[in-house]
Design a protein around this ligand. Sequence first.
Ligand code: 5AD
Ligand code: FES
Length: 359
Amino acid sequence: MILMGSPKYIEYIERLARGEMLTHNEFAELIENRDDGLMEYAARKAVEIRIREYGRDIYVRGLIEFTNHCRNDCYYCGIRRSNSSASRYRLTPDEIIECCRAGHELGFRTFVLQGGEDMSYSDDTICSIISSIKTLFPDCAVTLSIGEHSYESYKAYFDAGADRYLLRHETANAEHYSKLHPAELSLENRKECLWNLKKIGYQVGAGFMVGSPYQTSRDLAEDMLFLYELKPQMVGIGPFIPQHDTPFADHKAGTWQETCFLLSLIRIMLPRVLLPSTTALGTIHPTGREKGILAGANVVMPNLSPVNVRDKYLLYDNKICTGDEAAECRNCLQARMNSIGYDIVISRGDSRQEGYIKK
Ligand code: 5AD
Ligand code: FES
Protein backbone atom coordinates (compact mmCIF):
# COMPACT_ATOMS: atom_id res chain seq x y z
CA MET A 1 0.00 0.00 0.00
CA ILE A 2 1.32 3.44 -0.87
CA LEU A 3 0.60 5.94 1.86
CA MET A 4 0.31 9.61 1.02
CA GLY A 5 0.69 12.46 3.45
CA SER A 6 -1.06 15.76 3.01
CA PRO A 7 0.26 17.52 -0.15
CA LYS A 8 0.92 20.67 1.86
CA TYR A 9 3.39 18.95 4.17
CA ILE A 10 4.87 16.82 1.38
CA GLU A 11 5.77 20.15 -0.20
CA TYR A 12 7.48 21.25 3.03
CA ILE A 13 9.62 18.10 2.93
CA GLU A 14 10.39 18.71 -0.75
CA ARG A 15 11.48 22.26 0.00
CA LEU A 16 13.77 21.07 2.76
CA ALA A 17 15.25 18.48 0.38
CA ARG A 18 15.95 21.27 -2.13
CA GLY A 19 18.00 23.00 0.54
CA GLU A 20 15.37 25.62 1.38
CA MET A 21 14.99 26.22 5.07
CA LEU A 22 11.56 26.06 6.70
CA THR A 23 10.38 28.67 9.18
CA HIS A 24 9.79 27.92 12.83
CA ASN A 25 6.03 27.81 12.23
CA GLU A 26 6.38 25.50 9.25
CA PHE A 27 8.59 23.04 11.12
CA ALA A 28 6.18 23.06 14.07
CA GLU A 29 3.22 22.39 11.75
CA LEU A 30 5.06 19.61 9.93
CA ILE A 31 6.05 17.89 13.18
CA GLU A 32 2.59 18.37 14.66
CA ASN A 33 0.86 16.86 11.63
CA ARG A 34 3.03 13.76 11.22
CA ASP A 35 1.12 10.74 9.95
CA ASP A 36 2.16 7.41 8.42
CA GLY A 37 2.21 8.85 4.92
CA LEU A 38 4.45 11.77 5.86
CA MET A 39 6.74 9.47 7.83
CA GLU A 40 7.11 7.17 4.87
CA TYR A 41 7.70 10.05 2.48
CA ALA A 42 10.31 11.68 4.69
CA ALA A 43 12.07 8.34 5.30
CA ARG A 44 12.25 7.65 1.56
CA LYS A 45 13.80 11.08 0.90
CA ALA A 46 16.18 10.73 3.82
CA VAL A 47 17.40 7.29 2.72
CA GLU A 48 17.90 8.57 -0.83
CA ILE A 49 20.07 11.39 0.52
CA ARG A 50 21.95 9.14 2.94
CA ILE A 51 22.71 6.67 0.13
CA ARG A 52 23.96 9.52 -2.05
CA GLU A 53 26.26 10.82 0.72
CA TYR A 54 27.36 7.68 2.57
CA GLY A 55 26.03 4.71 0.60
CA ARG A 56 24.83 1.71 2.55
CA ASP A 57 27.83 1.84 4.89
CA ILE A 58 27.04 1.95 8.59
CA TYR A 59 29.72 3.33 10.87
CA VAL A 60 30.22 1.86 14.32
CA ARG A 61 31.45 3.70 17.40
CA GLY A 62 32.66 1.79 20.42
CA LEU A 63 31.03 3.39 23.44
CA ILE A 64 33.00 3.28 26.68
CA GLU A 65 30.93 4.50 29.62
CA PHE A 66 33.84 5.13 31.95
CA THR A 67 32.20 6.82 34.94
CA ASN A 68 28.66 7.22 36.21
CA HIS A 69 29.56 9.81 38.82
CA CYS A 70 28.09 13.19 37.93
CA ARG A 71 28.09 16.62 39.54
CA ASN A 72 24.83 17.55 37.80
CA ASP A 73 21.23 16.86 38.69
CA CYS A 74 19.29 16.80 35.42
CA TYR A 75 15.72 15.75 36.20
CA TYR A 76 15.56 13.10 33.46
CA CYS A 77 18.81 11.30 34.06
CA GLY A 78 19.35 8.15 36.11
CA ILE A 79 22.92 9.04 37.09
CA ARG A 80 22.00 12.50 38.45
CA ARG A 81 23.84 13.27 41.67
CA SER A 82 20.72 13.07 43.85
CA ASN A 83 20.03 9.49 42.84
CA SER A 84 21.32 7.73 45.93
CA SER A 85 20.18 4.35 44.54
CA ALA A 86 22.66 4.50 41.68
CA SER A 87 25.59 2.17 42.22
CA ARG A 88 28.58 4.30 41.24
CA TYR A 89 31.74 3.22 39.44
CA ARG A 90 34.79 4.60 37.69
CA LEU A 91 37.10 2.89 35.22
CA THR A 92 40.84 3.44 35.58
CA PRO A 93 42.85 4.68 32.60
CA ASP A 94 44.20 1.12 32.18
CA GLU A 95 40.69 -0.35 32.12
CA ILE A 96 39.68 2.20 29.49
CA ILE A 97 42.69 1.29 27.33
CA GLU A 98 41.78 -2.40 27.70
CA CYS A 99 38.29 -1.67 26.34
CA CYS A 100 39.90 0.05 23.36
CA ARG A 101 42.21 -2.90 22.75
CA ALA A 102 39.29 -5.34 22.71
CA GLY A 103 37.34 -2.91 20.54
CA HIS A 104 40.17 -2.46 18.06
CA GLU A 105 40.31 -6.22 17.54
CA LEU A 106 36.60 -6.25 16.87
CA GLY A 107 37.06 -3.66 14.12
CA PHE A 108 36.18 -0.45 15.94
CA ARG A 109 38.04 2.63 14.68
CA THR A 110 36.26 5.20 16.84
CA PHE A 111 36.13 5.15 20.62
CA VAL A 112 33.62 7.29 22.44
CA LEU A 113 34.57 8.08 26.01
CA GLN A 114 31.32 8.95 27.73
CA GLY A 115 30.71 9.76 31.35
CA GLY A 116 28.98 11.97 33.83
CA GLU A 117 30.63 15.26 34.76
CA ASP A 118 33.02 13.56 37.14
CA MET A 119 35.58 16.05 38.41
CA SER A 120 37.76 13.33 39.92
CA TYR A 121 39.37 12.89 36.49
CA SER A 122 41.63 15.92 36.12
CA ASP A 123 42.22 17.49 32.73
CA ASP A 124 45.71 15.98 32.84
CA THR A 125 44.29 12.50 33.38
CA ILE A 126 41.78 12.91 30.54
CA CYS A 127 44.56 14.22 28.26
CA SER A 128 46.84 11.33 29.08
CA ILE A 129 44.07 8.79 28.40
CA ILE A 130 43.44 10.45 25.03
CA SER A 131 47.11 10.53 24.05
CA SER A 132 47.63 6.89 25.10
CA ILE A 133 44.71 5.81 22.91
CA LYS A 134 45.98 7.85 19.97
CA THR A 135 49.51 6.43 20.38
CA LEU A 136 48.40 2.81 20.73
CA PHE A 137 45.73 3.01 18.03
CA PRO A 138 46.84 5.68 15.56
CA ASP A 139 44.20 4.65 13.03
CA CYS A 140 41.38 5.50 15.44
CA ALA A 141 39.33 8.59 16.24
CA VAL A 142 38.61 9.57 19.84
CA THR A 143 35.26 11.12 20.68
CA LEU A 144 34.58 12.69 24.06
CA SER A 145 31.16 12.94 25.68
CA ILE A 146 31.87 14.31 29.14
CA GLY A 147 29.68 17.37 29.39
CA GLU A 148 30.31 21.05 30.00
CA HIS A 149 33.86 22.27 30.52
CA SER A 150 35.81 25.48 29.99
CA TYR A 151 37.25 26.56 26.65
CA GLU A 152 40.71 25.85 28.04
CA SER A 153 39.83 22.29 29.04
CA TYR A 154 38.23 21.59 25.65
CA LYS A 155 41.33 22.98 23.96
CA ALA A 156 43.64 20.82 26.09
CA TYR A 157 41.69 17.64 25.20
CA PHE A 158 41.80 18.61 21.53
CA ASP A 159 45.53 19.24 21.63
CA ALA A 160 45.99 15.87 23.35
CA GLY A 161 44.41 14.27 20.27
CA ALA A 162 40.63 14.18 20.72
CA ASP A 163 38.86 14.39 17.36
CA ARG A 164 35.19 14.75 18.17
CA TYR A 165 32.91 15.90 20.98
CA LEU A 166 29.31 15.00 21.69
CA LEU A 167 27.27 17.41 23.77
CA ARG A 168 23.55 17.25 23.23
CA HIS A 169 21.88 20.62 23.67
CA GLU A 170 18.82 18.68 25.02
CA THR A 171 16.34 21.40 23.92
CA ALA A 172 16.91 24.69 22.13
CA ASN A 173 14.11 26.46 23.99
CA ALA A 174 15.33 28.19 27.16
CA GLU A 175 12.04 27.81 29.02
CA HIS A 176 11.84 24.12 28.19
CA TYR A 177 15.51 23.76 29.18
CA SER A 178 14.68 25.13 32.61
CA LYS A 179 11.97 22.49 33.05
CA LEU A 180 14.46 19.69 32.43
CA HIS A 181 17.37 21.04 34.47
CA PRO A 182 18.04 22.67 37.83
CA ALA A 183 18.69 26.42 37.86
CA GLU A 184 22.48 26.12 37.86
CA LEU A 185 22.40 24.75 34.31
CA SER A 186 21.48 27.03 31.43
CA LEU A 187 20.85 26.71 27.72
CA GLU A 188 23.05 29.75 27.23
CA ASN A 189 26.05 27.98 28.73
CA ARG A 190 25.31 24.78 26.85
CA LYS A 191 25.23 26.66 23.56
CA GLU A 192 28.41 28.50 24.38
CA CYS A 193 30.14 25.15 24.99
CA LEU A 194 28.99 23.94 21.57
CA TRP A 195 30.26 27.06 19.81
CA ASN A 196 33.57 26.77 21.68
CA LEU A 197 33.97 23.17 20.57
CA LYS A 198 33.36 24.22 16.97
CA LYS A 199 35.81 27.08 17.21
CA ILE A 200 38.53 24.76 18.52
CA GLY A 201 38.11 22.49 15.52
CA TYR A 202 36.31 19.41 16.84
CA GLN A 203 33.78 17.46 14.82
CA VAL A 204 30.85 18.41 17.02
CA GLY A 205 27.68 16.55 17.90
CA ALA A 206 24.56 18.22 19.30
CA GLY A 207 21.16 16.63 19.84
CA PHE A 208 18.12 16.20 22.02
CA MET A 209 15.62 13.74 23.44
CA VAL A 210 12.34 13.22 21.61
CA GLY A 211 9.23 13.28 23.76
CA SER A 212 10.93 14.68 26.84
CA PRO A 213 8.54 16.02 29.51
CA TYR A 214 6.79 19.29 28.57
CA GLN A 215 8.23 19.22 25.03
CA THR A 216 6.00 20.69 22.31
CA SER A 217 6.22 20.63 18.51
CA ARG A 218 7.32 24.25 18.73
CA ASP A 219 10.26 23.21 20.92
CA LEU A 220 11.26 20.54 18.39
CA ALA A 221 10.96 23.14 15.62
CA GLU A 222 13.38 25.29 17.59
CA ASP A 223 15.74 22.33 17.83
CA MET A 224 15.70 22.07 14.04
CA LEU A 225 16.48 25.79 13.63
CA PHE A 226 19.30 25.57 16.14
CA LEU A 227 20.82 22.53 14.40
CA TYR A 228 20.65 24.40 11.10
CA GLU A 229 22.46 27.35 12.62
CA LEU A 230 25.12 25.27 14.39
CA LYS A 231 25.65 22.86 11.51
CA PRO A 232 27.12 20.12 13.70
CA GLN A 233 28.91 17.21 12.04
CA MET A 234 26.90 14.79 14.22
CA VAL A 235 23.42 14.82 15.71
CA GLY A 236 22.36 12.42 18.46
CA ILE A 237 18.67 12.02 19.12
CA GLY A 238 16.72 9.34 20.90
CA PRO A 239 13.41 8.96 22.69
CA PHE A 240 13.12 10.14 26.29
CA ILE A 241 12.63 7.07 28.51
CA PRO A 242 11.66 7.51 32.17
CA GLN A 243 14.04 6.27 34.87
CA HIS A 244 12.27 5.10 38.03
CA ASP A 245 14.47 7.00 40.53
CA THR A 246 14.22 10.42 38.88
CA PRO A 247 11.67 13.24 39.23
CA PHE A 248 10.39 12.25 35.75
CA ALA A 249 9.70 8.63 36.74
CA ASP A 250 6.00 8.97 35.90
CA HIS A 251 6.31 10.78 32.60
CA LYS A 252 5.70 8.86 29.44
CA ALA A 253 8.39 7.84 26.98
CA GLY A 254 8.86 9.38 23.55
CA THR A 255 7.74 7.28 20.59
CA TRP A 256 9.78 5.54 17.92
CA GLN A 257 7.53 7.07 15.29
CA GLU A 258 8.29 10.64 16.28
CA THR A 259 11.99 9.83 16.75
CA CYS A 260 12.23 8.29 13.28
CA PHE A 261 10.37 11.20 11.68
CA LEU A 262 12.84 13.63 13.25
CA LEU A 263 15.79 11.48 12.17
CA SER A 264 14.50 11.76 8.60
CA LEU A 265 13.99 15.53 8.80
CA ILE A 266 17.49 16.00 10.22
CA ARG A 267 19.02 13.88 7.43
CA ILE A 268 17.13 15.90 4.81
CA MET A 269 18.11 19.26 6.36
CA LEU A 270 21.79 18.31 6.98
CA PRO A 271 22.58 15.77 4.24
CA ARG A 272 26.12 14.97 5.41
CA VAL A 273 25.42 14.68 9.10
CA LEU A 274 26.59 11.58 10.99
CA LEU A 275 23.39 10.36 12.56
CA PRO A 276 23.26 7.47 15.04
CA SER A 277 20.38 5.13 15.48
CA THR A 278 20.57 5.09 19.26
CA THR A 279 20.40 2.51 22.02
CA ALA A 280 17.39 4.37 23.44
CA LEU A 281 15.55 3.81 20.14
CA GLY A 282 16.49 0.12 20.37
CA THR A 283 15.14 0.08 23.91
CA ILE A 284 11.61 1.28 23.14
CA HIS A 285 11.17 -1.02 20.12
CA PRO A 286 12.77 -4.44 19.49
CA THR A 287 13.91 -3.34 16.02
CA GLY A 288 14.22 0.35 16.82
CA ARG A 289 17.80 0.63 15.60
CA GLU A 290 16.88 -0.93 12.26
CA LYS A 291 13.99 1.51 11.99
CA GLY A 292 16.37 4.40 12.67
CA ILE A 293 18.66 3.34 9.83
CA LEU A 294 15.66 2.99 7.53
CA ALA A 295 14.68 6.54 8.51
CA GLY A 296 18.07 7.95 7.43
CA ALA A 297 20.57 7.27 10.25
CA ASN A 298 24.03 5.88 9.38
CA VAL A 299 25.78 5.18 12.69
CA VAL A 300 25.37 2.64 15.50
CA MET A 301 27.12 2.80 18.85
CA PRO A 302 27.48 -0.58 20.52
CA ASN A 303 28.71 -0.72 24.05
CA LEU A 304 32.34 -1.59 24.82
CA SER A 305 32.17 -1.05 28.58
CA PRO A 306 33.22 -4.03 30.72
CA VAL A 307 30.24 -6.27 31.47
CA ASN A 308 30.65 -5.85 35.25
CA VAL A 309 29.74 -2.13 35.02
CA ARG A 310 27.28 -2.30 32.11
CA ASP A 311 24.21 -2.48 34.28
CA LYS A 312 25.25 0.59 36.25
CA TYR A 313 25.24 3.19 33.50
CA LEU A 314 21.50 3.47 33.57
CA LEU A 315 20.34 6.83 32.30
CA TYR A 316 16.87 5.33 31.71
CA ASP A 317 14.96 2.10 32.50
CA ASN A 318 15.12 -1.18 30.56
CA LYS A 319 18.29 -0.29 28.67
CA ILE A 320 19.25 -3.06 26.22
CA CYS A 321 22.60 -4.88 25.96
CA THR A 322 23.52 -4.50 29.63
CA GLY A 323 24.47 -8.20 29.88
CA ASP A 324 26.18 -8.64 26.53
CA GLU A 325 29.88 -8.80 25.78
CA ALA A 326 31.28 -6.30 23.28
CA ALA A 327 31.71 -9.04 20.68
CA GLU A 328 28.08 -10.12 21.09
CA CYS A 329 26.81 -6.59 20.49
CA ARG A 330 29.10 -6.18 17.52
CA ASN A 331 27.84 -9.41 15.93
CA CYS A 332 24.26 -8.74 16.85
CA LEU A 333 24.37 -5.34 15.18
CA GLN A 334 26.13 -6.75 12.14
CA ALA A 335 23.30 -9.26 11.73
CA ARG A 336 20.66 -6.60 12.31
CA MET A 337 22.19 -4.28 9.71
CA ASN A 338 22.58 -7.12 7.19
CA SER A 339 18.94 -8.05 7.70
CA ILE A 340 17.91 -4.67 6.28
CA GLY A 341 20.51 -4.59 3.49
CA TYR A 342 23.24 -2.54 5.17
CA ASP A 343 26.83 -3.25 6.15
CA ILE A 344 28.96 -2.30 9.12
CA VAL A 345 32.31 -1.03 7.86
CA ILE A 346 35.73 -0.87 9.48
CA SER A 347 36.46 2.84 9.23
CA ARG A 348 36.90 5.94 11.35
CA GLY A 349 33.83 7.26 9.62
CA ASP A 350 34.71 10.94 9.65
CA SER A 351 32.19 13.56 8.68
CA ARG A 352 32.02 14.57 5.03
CA GLN A 353 30.82 17.98 6.19
CA GLU A 354 33.26 20.88 6.38
CA GLY A 355 34.04 23.02 9.37
CA TYR A 356 36.48 21.03 11.47
CA ILE A 357 40.22 20.48 11.64
CA LYS A 358 41.19 17.20 10.04
CA LYS A 359 43.87 15.40 12.01
N1 5AD B 1 15.97 8.97 28.44
C1 5AD B 1 16.58 9.09 27.24
N2 5AD B 1 17.77 9.69 27.07
C2 5AD B 1 18.37 10.17 28.17
N3 5AD B 1 19.53 10.83 28.31
C3 5AD B 1 19.70 11.10 29.62
N4 5AD B 1 18.67 10.63 30.34
C4 5AD B 1 17.81 10.06 29.45
C5 5AD B 1 16.55 9.42 29.56
N5 5AD B 1 15.93 9.30 30.73
C6 5AD B 1 20.34 11.25 27.16
C7 5AD B 1 20.62 12.75 27.22
C8 5AD B 1 22.13 12.82 27.32
C9 5AD B 1 22.55 11.50 26.71
C10 5AD B 1 23.92 11.04 27.13
O1 5AD B 1 21.58 10.60 27.16
O2 5AD B 1 20.17 13.35 26.01
O3 5AD B 1 22.69 13.90 26.63
FE1 FES C 1 23.99 -5.52 22.04
FE2 FES C 1 22.31 -6.66 20.14
S1 FES C 1 23.46 -4.83 20.06
S2 FES C 1 23.12 -7.53 22.00
